[in-house]
Write a new protein. Structure first.
Length: 380
């Protein structure tokens, strides 16, 4: 999933990342919000309240705007205007509404004109129920802390860098959206920090072609289709010789699409980090462990979620393939649970609570129903 809204211009007068070791002593910071951070790449979610309602928002650092699902707008009447928003894969029409104040913990976002976006696709791709997007403009003058080892997401009001081994590099803020200027061989790469993207690294088509020509990327064929109002095939490859933040990314999947370079959530999982909007800095350090539990991978299959989860890919000789499942199978029932109630969190709980047990999976394949016995793994 790519970020929902993107900016479209970048300054070119910054040349390279300045790395410094933070040696300041920690100071007290006002914690505006704290929540458990999911161990999955996307999405990072926060609980938002509006009057007497609560709902989940995706934290989207690649989006300027804060958006809510149109289904929440019943009491707000008709939209006031329509904003045409460009994305790397096309344009979308975003209706605008007059919205009451939103509150995220102690962070209060004032009454404003806010956009509406259908979040169905987010749930379909990630398996998480979400009802909107918290964009970067709402995080101005704050720090967003992502501590994957402690599994905590925090919003802080603080102007001091974190201590204890964090490194720091400069951000370039464009319309409230954070960008890094990174080196790719002899080239400067403009990389948006995009928590709502499940990519490792995605480069603009131009930069992807240039690094391929330089012999730094080995192309492996076409990637997935991006689609909003138009469809666009991505290019996929692997880094042959590439480092970012001193981390060897040789062999890492990289895609080329659109006009933006993106550092996505899968790459950021390697770090505990702080996006410092107030100081326009990115603070990071390598995690103590990169072990991330994936209930889907442990079952040997990747599910695409929608009305019913569909098998998108199978791990060779994995649990699902050995049981007889095939790509394209539509899950109808999982144990005693109707599959349309299944999402990543429910699947995780199932794997953790019933590890080692065998459950029956009912799938639909070519209009016929088949039952398979799936033994839940006992480890990751």
């Amino acid at each position: 999933m790519n970020s929902l809204l993107h900016v479209h211009c970048l300054p070119t007068f910054f040349s390279s990342i300045l790395l410094i070791l933070s040696i300041q002593s920690p100071t007290s910071a006002e914690v505006l919000y704290e929540t458990a951070l999911s161990p999955y790449a996307v999405p990072c979610r926060v609980t938002c309240s509006q009057k007497d309602r609560q709902f989940k928002l995706v934290v989207d650092t690649g989006s300027t705007h804060t958006l809510l699902d149109p289904t929440l707008y019943g009491p707000l009447g008709t939209s006031k205007a329509v904003s045409v928003v460009k994305t790397p894969s096309g344009s979308i029409d975003v209706p605008l509404y007059a919205s009451p104040a939103l509150t995220v913990g102690k962070l209060r976002l004032p009454d404003s004109v806010i956009g509406a976006f259908d979040t169905t696709e987010i749930r379909s791709m990630t398996g998480f129920a979400v009802e909107g997007v918290l964009g970067s403009s709402s995080l101005a003058n704050l720090q967003l802390e992502l501590n994957y080892d402690a599994q905590k997401l925090r919003l802080l009001r603080d102007d001091s860098p974190p201590a204890n081994g964090y490194l720091t590099c400069r951000l370039v803020m464009v319309d409230a959206v954070p960008f890094l200027i990174a080196k790719g061989g002899q080239r400067d790469l403009n990389l948006m920090i995009d928590l709502a993207s499940n990519e490792d690294i995605a480069l603009s088509s131009e930069e992807f072609a240039a690094l391929t020509s330089d012999g730094m990327i080995e192309t492996t064929g076409k990637g997935r289709l991006l689609s909003t109002s138009t469809s666009q095939a991505t290019t996929r490859g692997r880094f042959k010789n590439f480092q970012l933040f001193g981390i060897d990314l040789s062999g890492t999947i990289v895609t080329g699409s659109g006009t933006h370079g993106v550092v996505g959530s899968r790459f950021l999982l390697r770090f505990n980090s702080v996006i410092d909007y107030a100081g326009e800095k990115f603070h990071y350090k390598q995690r103590a462990t990169n072990k991330v539990f994936s209930s889907q991978k442990s079952l040997g299959m990747i599910l695409r979620f929608g009305d019913s989860p569909t098998v998108f890919a199978l791990q060779p000789s994995g649990v699902a393939e050995n049981a007889g499942l095939q790509k394209g199978d539509v899950l109808v029932q999982c144990g005693e649970m109707d599959a349309h109630k299944l999402d990543i969190e429910v699947l995780t709980q199932l794997c953790e609570k019933r590890a080692g047990e065998t459950i029956q999976i009912l799938v639909r394949r070519n209009e016929a129903l088949y039952t398979f016995a799936l033994t839940l793994p006992t480890n990751n």
